[in-house]
Design a protein around this ligand. Structure first.
Ligand SMILES: NC(=O)c1ccc[n+]([C@@H]2O[C@H](COP(=O)([O-])OP(=O)(O)OC[C@H]3O[C@@H](n4cnc5c(N)ncnc54)[C@H](O)[C@@H]3O)[C@@H](O)[C@H]2O)c1
Length: 341
């Protein structure tokens, strides 16, 4: 991973590869013949992967060439999979363009593609050769995209431990006092810190079998919420609501710890000002929750916070009582974290 303001320009100048990019960069990349992606959950499909492959073919990309992907998590998910499959695998480089992708998804090498109504059902591991982080790309992000990135960054820090969570909060406080204005130095500090926390999970558990599963904190609720809102709610924000729901669920069984209260408060601070308005189809929520790929035949799999900090994989029986608890927790997180219609 390399960091630097203005690095995107350098990557483009030294380019010897085909470019796959978010539609947002169409003007900037005019003249580079990019393959553009309209970034929405509906395009994270195998059909889109096939389109990208045929576009690469029509540009004459061979096995010895490489691909540069520029965009957020959606472009990354698609670029990872197509790079791994195209002519049985070509080298690729990634320039993340959202806070979420810079702080979280750019390392770890996962691709996640939706199938039917299940989010991220298909995927593999195929890391880019190089990740180039240019923090100046953050300057054009909306407040909600910044909040979405901070939700994921907070999740990683919280899962890594209480000291790391407090380190993260210290940096975010500096951002808050400048009104989240684009202070690129502070963002660079934040990214270095959070990527370092995430690197630990990848090093101890590259293929997501044990420790790294903690990073799914908020995701079982969050993915179902995304589907039930018809993808109106951005992924990172849904994870924020998901962390609130998971914490609420635990609070029905025991007192919350200081760190858990702090986590709730910090997620509220990010979500409340956005004044989100979205409609939830609860039947759809239940269906999406039911089909989450982390569940086993007998149990729901949830990642819940631990009293002493961090999160843990928890199995709960697939009963009506548990389904009611899940719905109650999700509803409660939305009453306090945003505005429900
Ligand atoms: N593979 C992984 O490890 C992983 C991890 C986390 C999330 N994800 C996936 O990532 C997706 C969410 O990604 P995301 O939040 O990074 O964003 P995104 O790719 O969904 O893009 C969100 C919006 O931001 C716009 N955008 C991108 N860069 C911009 C910029 N610099 N300035 C202004 N607008 C810009 C896009 O055009 C789009 O409208 C979800 O599908 C999620 O499932 C994948």
């Amino acid at each position: 991973v390399i960091f630097g303001v203005g690095l995107l320009g350098e990557v483009l100048v030294e380019r010897k590869s085909a470019i796959i990019a978010d539609q947002f960069f169409s003007e900037l990349l005019a003249g580079f013949d990019p393959i553009l992606i309209t970034p929405c959950e509906e395009v994270k499909t195998l059909v889109e992967v096939e389109r990208l492959a045929t576009e690469l073919r029509s540009r004459g990309v061979t096995r010895g060439d490489s691909i540069i992907a520029i965009g957020g998590g959606i472009v990354q998910d698609l670029a990872t999979l197509v790079s791994s499959l195209y002519q049985r695998g070509v080298v690729w480089e990634y320039v993340p363009s959202t806070l979420l992708s810079m702080a979280d998804s750019c390392i770890g090498g996962k691709s996640s593609i939706n199938a039917g109504s299940t989010k991220n059902l298909l995927g593999n591991f195929y890391p880019p050769r190089r990740v180039v982080i240019d923090p100046s790309l953050l300057l054009t992000l909306s407040d909600s995209a910044i909040a979405a990135g901070l939700c994921e960054a907070m999740k990683i820090s919280y899962c890594r431990g209480i000291d790391q969570f407090h380190l993260y909060l210290g940096i975010v406080n500096e951002l808050e006092s400048s009104g989240y204005e684009a202070n690129l130095d502070i963002y660079a500090q934040l990214l270095a810190c959070v990527l370092d926390f995430k690197r630990w999970f990848i090093q101890v558990d590259e293929f997501d079998r044990k420790e790294r599963r903690q990073l799914n904190f908020g995701h079982t609720f969050g993915h179902a919420l995304e589907v039930a809102s018809n993808y109106d709610i951005q992924h990172g924000l849904a994870v924020g609501f998901g962390m609130l729901a998971a914490t609420h669920m635990v609070s029905e069984d025991r007192e919350l710890s200081g760190a858990e209260f702090e986590l709730q408060e910090q997620v509220h601070l990010l979500l409340k000002p956005l004044n989100l308005q979205f409609e939830i189809d609860w039947a759809h929520f239940a269906q999406a929750f039911e089909s989450d790929k982390k569940h086993t035949n007998d149990n729901y799999t949830l990642i819940l916070p631990r009293f002493e900090g961090g999160a843990e994989v928890t199995f709960l029986p697939r009963t009506e009582m548990v389904r009611e608890r899940v719905r109650r927790a999700m509803e409660s997180s939305m009453c306090t974290g945003g505005e429900r219609q």
